[in-house]
Ligand binder design. Structure first.
Ligand code: M6R
Length: 623
């Protein structure tokens, strides 16, 4: 996972590329580099190992100037994270430079062939073969050389190339990882992610697989790998450029966690009829009547989005009484799955560009299934291929750990479950109205959860010396246990597992002792008999952990004294419907993971910091 950014226009390119790379640093940070051209035949390359600030220092010491160029932030796949292996990579003469995201699978055979033809390699990377191939095919026209090159590559790639011998031109190509082109006023951008260039333009063209873009100071042209011109509608990205700033927060993850009340509110509003409880999903090519025709729902996703899918199964089966299967995209695409025209396939992806999810979506479509996307990025590939999209209005998610996209995905799934239930008549008007009221109350309850961040920070400190952690939940709370464990692994580098609490007695209880903290999702909805049963059973699981001297942190519904009596620590969340509780439960786990890695440096709660930034929030004193 690397980041690419490029600029061509009338302004100095270096500051624009560096700023774009800062937005992409979450994608890779073991080295960074850029190349700029200044029109007098000078191609200047600067690279540095480690974080982007090292590249900035290198440029301060040895400035580079030009009105177009390309940059890269790297997460090593082929070759160690050294300065030599940092992008951009050059051909033999240093005339052609390339930045690349992806993996060239046939690079070894290509390298051997090129070496036999006399090309001299400087690095251990797969990317360098691209530079030498472009050199081999170059006959004065860069896009023709790139076109000939991509036909020799197998694997996945997003690339941007410039050459000193065909000046004032950036050529980009895509086969797999995303490439987006930004359209400005006499200036054009290329990037692997809209957030890198959003500060400059909101008008974007997304390349499809098998397409190239040729950027010059006067325009951007799209064509396919055979040279046929492609026309593409401009996507206007309605995110506010301010949203890609940290806005006073210590890091993006914390900012994005704190944005959840706004994000969930935006994902809900406009889709709900307040008087009738009816759901409106007008953004799709699925006729209202069709919603009652589906005999099965299949949800496909990866990672955090897959955890949302697991929770969505409970929502849809409970409210719409339609059977739901959940698949990892990476498994679904390779196992000849059974789907038909009676199956609604829901694909969930924050980015809308995850390769396995896109491939799985194509597989489902090819088997005759309608696909509906739940996605955060307008115009992304998955949304373009879906019959309809429920956009999560989370805003740009820059932190590598997904947080606000997850709670918005849960919100969108709840809305979809209600829509399917209303179409099936399994959800009556009065229940719809009650659920809708609960849903509309969630943003306020998220504010309450966030205002207790001092509790989560103290617990994160308590977890500090443990090297392992276990997260337990039952029913719809089990996916939250999985997501809580993923956040801790990803952010704190602690080994953590999520497990279905009812399965502990079948072996894993043997692991529990005083060295294993166990986070238990033990909320209850007094209005639901299923929830009461699960809650009682979860209390027994807490007893089992205590009997083995495990340290228990229980996430409970406010006012729950029973769990408080047996757990070592409790985190209270406001009362809500069982199907919506996951949106609240995950927030303390996100914050604990974030504080376990980087405790707050300044005084003041996350909620107070949020108030400072958007001026809208009423913070409650931390307890
Ligand atoms: O963009 P997507 O939702 O398709 O991404 C899928 C996963 O890579 C992603 O959810 C990942 O697991 C999270 N960033 C983890 O926090």
């Amino acid at each position: 996972m690397c980041g690419i950014v490029g600029y061509i226009g009338t302004q100095p390119a270096v500051p624009i590329i560096l700023e774009g790379l800062k937005r992409l640093e979450y994608r890779g940070y073991d080295s960074a580099g850029l190349a700029v051209c200044c029109g007098d035949n000078q191609l200047q390359v600067r690279r540095a190992q480690g974080k982007l600030r090292n590249l900035e220092k290198a440029i301060q010491l040895n400035p580079a100037e030009g009105f177009y160029g390309i940059g890269h932030t790297r997460w090593a796949t082929h070759g160690r994270p050294t300065e030599e292996n940092a992008h951009p990579h050059r051909d033999c003469k240093g005339d052609i430079v390339v930045v690349h995201n992806g993996i060239v699978e046939n690079y070894l055979s290509l390298k051997q062939q090129l070496q036999a033809e006399g090309h001299v390699f400087q690095t251990e990377t797969d990317t360098e073969v691209i530079a030498h191939l472009v050199e081999k095919h170059f006959q004065g026209n860069l896009e023709e050389a790139v076109r000939a090159t991509v036909k020799e590559l197998t694997g996945v790639f997003a690339m941007a190339v410039i050459s000193r011998s065909d000046q004032s031109k950036i050529v980009a190509a895509r086969s797999g990882p995303p490439v987006v082109i930004g359209l400005g006023d006499q200036e054009f951008f290329v990037a692997s992610d809209v957030t890198a260039i959003l500060a400059h333009t909101q008008d974007m063209l997304f390349l499809d697989d098998g397409e190239m873009a040729i950027l010059t100071p006067t325009g951007a042209q799209l064509c396919d790998f055979d040279g046929r011109q492609v026309s593409r509608q401009v996507s206007r990205i309605l995110w506010n450029p301010i949203e890609v700033e940290k806005g006073g927060y210590q890091h993006f993850m914390l900012k994005e966690i704190c944005e959840q009340p706004r994000a969930v509110r935006d994902t809900t509003l406009g889709r709900v009829g307040l008087d009738t409880g009816r759901i409106f999903l007008n953004e799709m090519d699925i006729a209202p009547a069709e919603f009652s025709q589906f005999r099965q729902v299949r949800i496909i996703a990866c990672g955090t989005s897959w955890h949302a899918a697991l929770a969505g199964k409970f929502m849809i089966e409970r409210l719409a009484r339609v059977p739901v299967e959940v698949d990892y995209s990476s498994e679904f695409r390779y196992r000849d799955p059974i789907v038909s025209e009676h199956t609604l396939t829901v694909v969930i992806s924050q980015s809308g560009e995850t390769a396995d999810t896109l491939a799985a979506q194509r597989e489902a479509k090819q088997k005759g299934s309608k696909t509906l996307a739940i996605c955060n990025v307008a115009g992304s590939m998955i949304t373009r291929e879906a019959a309809g999209t429920i956009y999560t209005h989370a805003g740009p998610e820059i932190g590598v750990a997904s947080t606000k996209a997850f709670t918005c995905q849960l919100t969108a799934l709840f809305i979809l479950a209600m829509r399917l239930g209303q179409a099936n008549h399994s959800l009556d008007e009065s229940t719809s109205r009650c659920l809708m009221q609960e849903l509309l109350g969630i943003p306020g309850k998220l504010e309450e959860v966030l205002s207790n961040d001092a509790v989560y920070e103290a617990l994160a400190r308590r977890l500090h010396h443990f090297r392992n952690a276990l997260f337990l939940g039952r029913g719809i709370h089990y996916p939250i246990a999985l997501e809580g464990a993923l956040k801790l692994k990803e952010i704190s580098y602690i080994h953590a597992e999520g497990y279905p609490a009812g399965e502990m007695k079948h072996g894993p209880n043997a692991l529990i002792d005083e060295n294993l903290p166990v986070v238990v999702l033990a909320t209850r909805d007094p209005a639901s008999s299923e929830s009461r049963v699960l809650y009682e059973k979860t209390l027994s699981n807490i007893q089992e952990v205590k009997a083995r001297d495990g340290l228990v942190i229980a996430v409970v519904t406010e006012g729950d004294d029973d769990a408080r009596k047996i757990a070592d620590h409790v985190i209270e969340i406001p009362r809500t419907s069982e199907l919506l509780a996951p949106i609240l439960e995950i927030v303390p786990l996100q914050l604990m993971a974030s504080y376990r890695r980087a405790p707050r440096l300044r005084r003041g709660s996350a909620a107070q910091s949020r108030q400072k930034c958007d001026g809208r929030v009423t913070a409650r004193a931390p307890v």
